[in-house]
Design a protein around this ligand. Structure first.
Ligand code: UD1
Ligand code: UDP
Length: 365
């Protein structure tokens, strides 16, 4: 057991969902290196999560920053190749579907190192989303595919990937939620800090390029959330991702009154708000999963989702970003029965991943 894992990560959701895997490496003395691409660099999207999730600082930060898809991914590739050649890991591990994942996957696949993809087999079947291309490429060049559910495993088989390369692990987001949910309840003061005037509120996030980069779509989405909030007489808390912040300024949009915008939140504060919310409106992948795990109804403001399990168990409803559709979707989910089954596993995904990679002693039951 001397395999050396190089975690290649670069954005908020990767830090959150790989933190439990790093923790298992720590606990089992598996040597590892963290290579940060620098795709996310603002404190609120980056270092705050390393601190709160008690992760060691990255060994390398490539400092790539923002740019067009080609420029950003290309620069990552150039810098990653140099680092990976220097540290020569046995396995590169990537998670999810961002440009950092694409670069990590391509860089590793051209070198004498194996590649593992955490959250393999998710598909929205919408190739207009950059994330869909990133997922497909990462899956098809990986030796180890960690599928969160049986459904994602079946998708990989349908695409011709051999069963021997796939392990169904559950999603590491459950590991993260299990570890932090109680901490969030006892440690986070976010509810009082935000001075929520009423006990019931909605939580929203919207940051996806196809929603916020188009002015008319972004306006429709906000109008839909406003309509729903007025109809149910609630406030809405909206931690604004920097991409969306930039667009609000550029388009000169005044966010309507029942929506209270705040800076992006730390993980414990965000988890606390998710748990306490009456309903969550989002276009985020991770937030759809967390709402489902936390038993909070969710309306996803998108045409498609790569997390169909959330819809099948009755936790989530897809609504295209149109004001009337969103208001209608919220009304439907406000009437939904909660208590659905969590389709994303038991919270031991990270252990399964590390055990598969380095053949440790069996996990004690
Ligand atoms: C990226 C991922 C998306 C993921 C999201 C997680 C891709 C193609 N997209 O989107 O799948 O859901 O991360 O949050 O990889 N910016 C800052 N500070 C930062 C980072 C970005 O201000 O630390 C601003 C810049 O203006 C930048 C914009 O946000 O141009 C978009 O950043 P980028 O990394 O390109 O994509 P995200 O929207 O963050
Ligand atoms: N999140 C957070 N603070 C926020 C918004 C989101 O900690 O203000 C967390 C959330 O709990 C989830 C992750 O960020 O674990 C989702 O990231 P994001 O929506 O940026 O990316 P996606 O999952 O859509 O790729």
């Amino acid at each position: 057991m001397s395999e050396r894992i190089a975690f290649v990560l670069g954005t908020r959701p990767e830090i959150i969902k790989l933190a439990p895997v790093v923790r298992v490496c720590e606990a089992t003395d598996v040597p590892y290196t963290i290579v940060h691409t620098g795709q996310h660099y603002s404190e609120t999207l980056d270092s705050v999560f390393f601190d709160q999730l008690e992760l060691p600082d990255p060994d390398y930060n490539l400092g790539v920053g923002s740019g067009s898809h080609g420029a950003q991914t290309g620069e990552m590739l150039i810098r990653l190749e140099r680092i990976l050649e220097a540290i020569s890991p046995d396995i590169v591990l990537v998670q999810g579907d961002t440009n950092s994942v694409l670069a990590g996957a391509i860089a590793a696949s051209k070198m004498d190192t194996e590649l593992g993809h955490v959250e393999a087999g998710l598909r929205s079947f919408d190739r207009r989303m950059p994330e869909e291309t990133n997922r497909v490429v990462a899956d098809h060049v990986s030796q180890y595919l960690f599928a969160p559910t049986e459904q994602s495993r079946r998708q990989l088989l349908e695409e011709g990937i051999h069963d021997s390369r796939i392990t169904v692990t559950g999603n590491t987001v459950v590991d993260a939620v299990n570890r932090n949910r109680e901490l969030a309840r006892t440690k986070s003061n976010v509810l009082s800090d935000l001075g929520l005037r009423r006990t019931s509120f909605f939580l929203m996030t919207a940051h996806r390029a196809e929603n916020v980069d188009d002015e008319a779509t972004f306006r429709q989405l906000l109008e839909g959330v406003e309509l729903a909030a007025r109809e149910h007489d609630v406030e809405v808390i909206y931690p604004v991702h920097p991409r969306a912040e930039k667009r609000l300024e550029e388009f000169g949009i005044d966010v309507p009154d029942p929506i209270c915008t705040v800076e992006p939140l730390e993980y414990l504060d965000f988890l606390r708000l998710e748990s306490a919310a009456e309903l969550i409106l989002t276009d985020s992948g991770g937030v759809q999963e967390e709402a489902c795990i936390l038993d909070v109804p969710c309306v996803t403001m998108r045409d498609s989702t790569e997390r169909p399990e959330t819809i099948e168990v009755g936790a989530n409803l897809l609504c295209r970003p149109d004001a009337v559709e969103i208001a209608r979707g919220v009304a439907e989910m406000m009437d939904a029965d909660t208590g659905w089954e969590n389709p994303f596993g038991d919270g031991d995904a990270s252990e399964r991943i590390v055990h598969e990679l380095v053949e440790l002693e069996p996990i004690p039951s």
